[in-house]
Design a protein around this ligand. Sequence first.
Ligand code: ACO
Length: 311
Amino acid sequence: MTGARLLGLGTYRPGRLVTNDEITRQVDTSDLWIRTRTGISTRRIADDDETTVAMGVSAADKALAAAGLAARDVDAVIGATCTAPSQIPGTAPQVAARLGASAAGTFDINGGCAGFCYAVSTAADMVRAGSARHVLVVATERLSDYTDWSDRSTCILLADGAGAVVIGAAETDHIGPAVWGHDGSRPEAIQVPGRGDNSFRMEGPAVFRWAISLVPTLRTVCDRAGVAPEELAAIVPHQANLRIVEALAGGLGVPDVPIARDVVDSGNTSAASIPLALDRMMEAGEVVSGDPVLLFGFGAGLTYCGQVVRC
Ligand code: ACO
């Protein structure tokens, strides 16, 4: 075995659906403004019992079932989250304990909205290096815990949910090289400042311009994987908002390749958005086993990471 591949995918979407009309009762905005500027119609917001850990466990259970594996088969659990329920301890050990993954090593990655792609790359490298046979990546976010419901420029975007994948060994590599980078000189662009201010703050227009500037990087991700953009079965960028998703994917110039649009009714779920969007496309039959799919995460830290994965 010289490669790594996705063996199973699972997701969790909170039960509570919040419409744009509901948001108009809290801040001065409108359904039309939100849909026009962000593409979002509804989002999922977690109830009290739908904690970051509980949502992650639910998604992970489904991913393990899809992979045909038991929790005891997992050698490592990587949590991908920027909304851990506490600073210490991390999310991954709590998820692993609830699953019964008693033999697993555990740690979290905080790569903001790019966290899932960083975790997939790390997991694949662990499998290729022989450090682990099966790695569970659990991207789980409760952005609603950090949402300022009086800030109309951010509360319209943020949402909750979880997605998990199991990565294991394969004869040939199904997970392409990661392409990553950052602009850490601009922490204020997207932040939860801390020290008494636990609200999500964002310089929306600046983030928008930065995200769009990443179009050439998507081409680099394809080049590094040896896949031409027109050979892709789907493009799954982080579901920040629909305008960014369409501008990024559109920049590749392959109009016939389907683009993930899960943000429309799931909102922006940070690290969880890519597995949630991928799951929806697989359920719809838009992506089938073995298809090359471009994953591309970007967000806080101004950090980004992408890879082509044969699902
Ligand atoms: N309803 C009505 N008006 C609004 C709203 C709202 N919800 N939000 C802002 N406005 C107003 C502003 O107050 C401003 O009014 P003014 O001109 O009188 O000052 C006007 O709309 C324009 O404000 P902008 O911030 O320039 O609006 P913009 O068109 O840029 O849209 C938005 C704001 C949607 C946040 C946009 O900047 C954006 O999408 N940015 C990218 C953010 C993003 O997707 N981040 C995700 C990455 S981070 C992560 O994923 C966790």
